[in-house]
Design a protein around this ligand. Structure first.
Ligand code: ATP
Length: 324
């Protein structure tokens, strides 16, 4: 499969009054064309910072510390604003947590599409309207809403509109950062299924960020588990679900109901993640891990290693002297 995006040793966070929060720590991974990657992890593990960082949308005090983000071999970190703006919407777009609120309340839905289209294409009004109607069909919104204002739409419909805008120029990659958290679980699942169907039709890649691992297991091709700003496990979704290796991933799995089979008692993970303002020596999960090895896990930070085909893990229990 062709690589669309390559993220290499990416470090980002926040810097305010000389206090540095290192929210994304040395993250590297590739996204292939037409691939659906999910990123999961507890609140505060750096998922949003990663999404905004790699698209250069991280606002102050956010800061990219280092790393490369190659979009079809163009390093996004090195592009000037103008070149970057050319790529946004057209090559990649982002739908984020509060994006329903980015719809301008005093502008008709149709005009909000026109704004994006006019900025990037020379389409006539008829061409633009035709495209919006195609998109409405894809996201299941009836044409009469072209002339509506955002307050006339339900939460789910607004979310669909935002997704439709993000698809307007046929981008090759869409990054979705918890686009459905404001909606109830049934609507969330429905929207995600729709996105997946649209993706299969239009063939684009998706990075879908959520703290709800169960949503990803069903839908994505592969899953990245983040903890304390780092990738601790990455694997094909089915593999990760059936055979998770990292003690943190196993803990996350125990915190949501199984997709099939008998009901089980759910167990959370005790303790809290480390403070990302501090430097971390050793494995970031050490304090909470029931499999930790004294004098090893607290001393050296495990690097991400491949332990079987397409399955990577950062844990001293695997791939080293302490192979389980
Ligand atoms: N504007 C900011 N200024 C300072 N620190 C921030 C800022 N935004 C986020 N952080 C910190 O950066 C770290 C990563 O936050 P981030 O929002 O990326 O995590 P997340 O995994 O997306 O969480 P959530 O699932 O709750 O959205 C956290 O420690 C958070 O407190």
């Amino acid at each position: 499969m062709d690589k669309l995006l390559q993220i290499k040793n990416f470090n980002a966070g926040y810097e305010k009054n000389s206090v540095k929060t290192h929210a994304v720590r040395d993250v590297s991974f590739d996204i292939h064309k037409n691939e659906f990657i999910g990123i999961a992890g507890e609140s505060g593990c750096g998922k949003s910072t990663l999404a905004f960082g790699i698209t250069r949308l991280l606002n102050k005090p956010g800061k990219i510390f280092s790393g490369e983000v190659l979009f079809e071999n163009n390093d996004l970190m090195k592009l000037n604003k103008k070149s970057l703006n050319k790529l946004r919407w057209k090559e990649f777009s982002i739908v984020y947590q509060a994006s329903m609120n980015v719809l301008n309340p005093v502008k008709k839905i149709q005009d909000q599409f026109f704004d994006v289209m006019k900025a990037h294409t020379k389409w006539s009004k008829d061409q633009m309207t035709k495209r919006i109607l195609e998109l409405f069909k894809i996201v299941n919104i009836s044409p009469e809403y072209l002339q509506a204002y955002p307050h006339q739409l339900s939460g789910g419909m607004k979310q669909r509109v935002v997704i439709a805008i993000s698809l307007a120029l046929n981008p090759k990659l869409i990054i979705m950062d918890e686009p459905t958290t404001a909606l109830d679980v049934v609507v969330q699942r429905g929207i995600l299924q729709e996105i997946d169907e649209i993706r299969k039709k239009l063939k684009f890649s998706v990075i879908f960020i959520t703290h709800d691992l169960s949503l990803l297991v069903e839908m994505s091709d592969s899953i990245i588990i983040m903890y304390a700003g780092m990738i601790v496990e990455k694997a094909p979704s089915f593999d990760l679900y059936n055979n998770p290796f990292h003690p943190y991933t196993k803990g996350l799995m125990r915190s949501f109901p199984p997709l099939t089979g008998e009901r089980q008692i759910l167990h959370g993970i005790n303790g809290t993640p480390p403070d990302l303002k501090q430097s971390i020596s050793g494995c970031p999960f050490y304090e909470r891990c029931d499999k930790r090895i004294e004098n090893l896990c607290n001393k050296s930070n495990p690097v991400l290693k491949q332990i079987k085909k397409d399955h990577f893990i950062a844990c001293h229990l695997f791939g080293g002297d302490h192979y389980e």
